[in-house]
Design a protein around this ligand. Structure first.
Ligand SMILES: [Zn+2]
Length: 137
C-alpha cells in the first residue's frame, strides 16, 4: 500500500517498565508501569502510571507514526521534484522509539501481531500445497 507506514518495535533496554518510585509524566502520581524511549541524543525517557498508560502509550505511538509518515511524504515530494538526486539532504530521519508496557494489553497486542504473522504464513503454505507456486513468484 503506497504511503502506508507501520512499524512494530519490541526492544528491551534492560530496565523494567514497573518503577514503584518513578513519577508519572502525565499526572505526577508515584509508581509507573509503562516506559517509552525515544532514541534522540541524549535519549528521552517517558514514564506513565497504570491509569495514564493506555492513553499516553496510544498518543506516543500516534506521534511516532505521524513523524514517520511526514518523513516519507517529504522524501516522496523531494523525489518527485528531482528524481535524479537521492533526496536525503535536509530531511532528518525520525528517531527510533520503543515502548515497554507491562500490561495484559501489551501482551495481548504482542500475541496478536505474532499470531497474525503465523496465520499468514500458514495460509500461504496451505495455498502453495493446494495450488502450487503462483506464476512469477
Ligand atoms: Zn499518570
Amino acid at each position: 500500500m503506497p504511503g502506508h507506514v507501520s512499524t512494530v518495535v519490541f526492544r528491551d533496554d534492560g530496565v523494567s517498565s514497573r518503577e514503584p518510585n518513578a513519577i508519572c509524566d502525565a499526572c505526577g502520581r508515584r509508581g509507573t508501569t509503562a516506559r517509552a524511549r525515544l532514541e534522540t541524543k541524549p535519549p528521552q525517557i517517558f514514564r506513565w502510571c497504570r491509569r495514564c498508560a493506555p492513553r499516553e502509550v496510544a498518543r506516543f505511538e500516534r506521534e511516532q507514526n505521524e513523524a514517520s509518515r511526514r518523513w516519507f511524504d517529504k522524501r516522496r515530494e523531494a523525489f518527485a521534484a528531482n528524481p535524479r538526486v537521492t533526496p536525503t539532504v535536509g530531511i532528518a530521519t525520525p528517531p527510533a522509539s520503543s515502548i515497554k508496557w507491562d500490561s495484559w494489553r501489551m501482551r495481548a497486542r504482542f500475541f496478536r501481531v505474532v499470531a497474525r504473522g503465523m496465520w499468514k504464513k500458514l495460509v500461504r503454505r496451505k495455498n502453495r500445497e493446494r495450488y502450487g507456486d503462483p506464476i512469477g513468484l
